[in-house]
Design a binder for this molecule. Structure first.
Ligand code: CA
Length: 233
């Protein structure tokens, strides 16, 4: 099989060159696009495995690129945001992005994010072939048939909402989920007070699945943005 190709979409040549140089050090195959239009074209023609997408593009907003691409591709999209604005990230995640990097970011950060995304792709391939009635991550096991959850072989007693929340995070393991996305999936709405309720349910869920809630292993908080279940190696 061919090496996975990474599509880099960035109009700022200095940042683009920095990313290209970083990818070269790891011998990753990549292709470049400077505009949203070109990004959509290359996403279709080059069949990249991952897209690294700057949100501020000259011809369109990065979120529009995501909406286009999501019409026909589930490839992981890591958004690069110059704006430290949470609303931008949330919009991109809502449109279907998987993860984000905030400028300025280091080469190490970029490569770590790519490695975890590549691992997730690998996992998704093997998981497809496996039995989808169970979800295993570290010591956490969800048995979808019985609706039982175990942590280190001990059964947990979750409320229906906590269970729904855990299943949603598990289904999207490795992906950052925006508050609005989660509340829509759980309650069918996205009001501000749902975000407050979400925080409460998340706190009780964490008490049950995390041994140390101040240093969570399974569920990561993205302040002002959302939550992600981490894949435990
Ligand atoms: Ca830009």
């Amino acid at each position: 099989m061919n090496d996975p190709v990474i599509l880099v979409v960035e109009d700022d040549s200095a940042v683009r060159n920095m990313i290209a140089a970083a990818l070269e050090t790891q011998s990753y195959a990549y292709c470049l696009a400077e505009t949203g239009g070109k990004a959509i074209e290359k996403a279709a023609s080059q069949k990249p495995a991952i897209m690294l997408l700057d949100l501020g593009l000259p011809d369109m907003d990065g979120s529009e690129v995501i909406t286009h691409v999501r019409g026909w591709s589930g490839m992981p999209i890591i958004v690069i945001s110059a704006r430290n604005e949470d609303s931008e990230k949330v919009r991109a995640l809502d449109a279907g992005a998987d993860d984000y990097l905030t400028k300025p970011f280091s080469v190490d950060e970029l490569l770590a994010r790519l490695r975890s995304t590549l691992r997730r792709l690998q996992y998704m391939k093997t998981a497809d072939a496996e039995d989808e009635r169970r979800f295993q991550n570290g010591g956490l096991l969800i048995d979808y048939d019985s609706g039982c959850v175990y942590l280190d072989d001990r059964e947990l007693h979750l409320t229906p909402i906590e269970y729904k929340l855990l299943c949603l995070l598990a289904k999207n393991v490795g992906k950052v989920l925006a508050h609005t996305y989660i509340t829509r999936e759980i309650w069918g709405t996205a009001w501000d007070n749902d975000v407050a309720s979400l925080r409460v349910f998340m706190a009780t869920l964490r008490k049950k699945i995390e041994t140390d809630t101040t240093n969570p292993r399974y569920i990561q908080t993205h302040v002002g943005v959302g939550y992600r279940m981490l894949r435990i190696e």
